[in-house]
Ligand binder design. Structure first.
Ligand SMILES: [Zn+2]
Ligand SMILES: [Zn+2]
Length: 399
């Protein structure tokens, strides 16, 4: 072999990993910008699983290293670290095994190499064995643990429900603008700490004078089930009027229009919400609950109810509700709230109890079609993309 050929060979060999890395980045970027049905038989489903699971495992290992900054104090006091370690190990095994199998079989090779590298990185950083020592409780933090757990749990639960009982059968999991709503989902979870901090501050400093311990004792003395029903009713009364204000006060509508701009309804659609709306609504709803002094068990149960309904009501689901639809808020009911059909504008405000809208005269009653013809804001003026939507309320509005 001549010297020139040798040099050329060595140069090409050195350039190969760089080329592969570039190909991986290009393919990952292309995949992240895509929407629509995953083409069958091309290992797209398993590749989507390996990539997202590999990425979440890597984030989880980082959260194990810095729990004081990356986990939610209210949550970490409740879950078992050992169970999370087992779950992380399971995630690493699934993502690692599946991506390796795809690489060997030559299916979406570059993307699966990327997923496998993330798994290796997670293991190299300690995997599920990162020791967690004592750490201070009052550090500023972002809720990375809440994001990982909720994303995994919600994806599994709601994608299964949507596939079993779909309203729109052909709707893809990766529908148009899923990327924007995933960013809303992530940011909402990261700022949960900030939201709770503001809520706590306001409740203790601004609403403290409203608290009457005698009255609180009376509320806390009510049995669990009636107390929970009352708690959800109080929360929904506050939510109903806050929500109605968002629709009827033009300045507030600018913020709430972000939530209404989603054109495809599914479990992820409810996450599209302006950050300030998220915080403001939380303060308005949680303040009366703290003032009334519901018990801790009831508040925990309420958080589960609100967490489930906020997602479920947007889901691409249709079930035979019967007369129950006049009592509780169902996906059918909230889908009409998101409709841009004439008869549905500024209607169906409730989040838990549908009867509130019948009581206050804002329920959608007669409709031309059984389900909305179109979702989104009338005039379709909301820009696409997370950052543009956060900036939208502050931009000069066209007359
Ligand atoms: Zn609304
Ligand atoms: Zn909604």
């Amino acid at each position: 072999m001549s010297k020139g050929i040798k040099r050329d060979f060595a140069r090409r060999a050195a350039a190969a990993p760089v080329r592969r890395a570039e190909a991986v980045v290009d393919e990952a970027r292309e995949l992240l910008h895509k929407s629509g049905e995953l083409s069958p038989g091309k290992a797209m489903v398993s590749t989507a699983i390996t990539l997202s699971l590999g990425f979440l495992c890597l984030l989880a290992v980082v959260a194990f290293h810095y729990p004081q900054y990356l986990t939610t104090p209210d949550l970490r006091h409740k879950y078992s670290v050992d169970v999370l370690r087992q779950a992380l190990l399971g995630g690493l095994l699934v993502a690692g095994g599946l991506s390796l199998a795809n690489v060997i079989l030559g299916r979406k090779r570059n993307l699966n190499i990327a997923a496998f590298v993330m798994v290796i990185a997670a293991v190299a950083l300690g995997g599920s064995r990162v020791p967690v020592g004592a750490f201070p409780d009052h550090t500023p933090y972002i809720g990375l643990d809440w994001f990982i757990l909720d994303l995994l749990g919600s994806t599994v639960l709601f994608v299964v429900i949507e596939k079993l009982f779909p309203l729109y059968r052909g709707q893809s999991v990766f529908r148009f603008e899923w990327q924007t709503d995933m960013k809303h989902f992530a940011v909402n979870h990261f700022i949960v700490g900030l939201a709770l901090l503001i809520v706590n501050f306001l409740i203790h400093h601004a609403f403290g004078w409203l608290v009457s311990s005698k009255f609180q004792q009376m509320i806390a003395g009510i049995q669990f089930v009636p107390q929970l029903l009352l708690c959800v009713l109080v929360a929904d009364m506050a939510q109903y009027w806050t929500h109605r204000a968002y629709h009827e006060v033009p300045f507030l509508w600018r913020f709430h229009a972000v939530h209404h701009s989603v054109k495809t309804m599914d479990w992820l659609a409810g996450s599209r919400q302006h950050m300030l709306e998220l915080i403001f609504t939380r303060v308005c709803v949680l303040a009366p609950l703290y003032v009334l002094g519901f018990s801790e068990a009831v508040m925990n149960a309420y958080i589960i109810v609100v967490g489930f309904q906020a997602v479920f009501n947007h889901a691409n689901v249709h079930l035979p509700w019967g007369p129950l639809k006049y009592v509780v808020v169902t996906p059918d009911f909230h889908h009409w709230h998101h409709a841009s059909d004439d008869e549905a504008i500024d209607k169906n405000y409730a989040a838990h109890w549908a009867f509130l809208d019948y009581l206050f005269g804002t329920a959608v009653k007669t409709t031309k079609t059984k389900f909305p013809a179109k979702y989104g804001v009338v005039g379709d003026y909301m820009p696409e993309g997370f950052v543009r939507q956060q900036l939208f309320p502050f931009r000069r509005q066209k007359p």
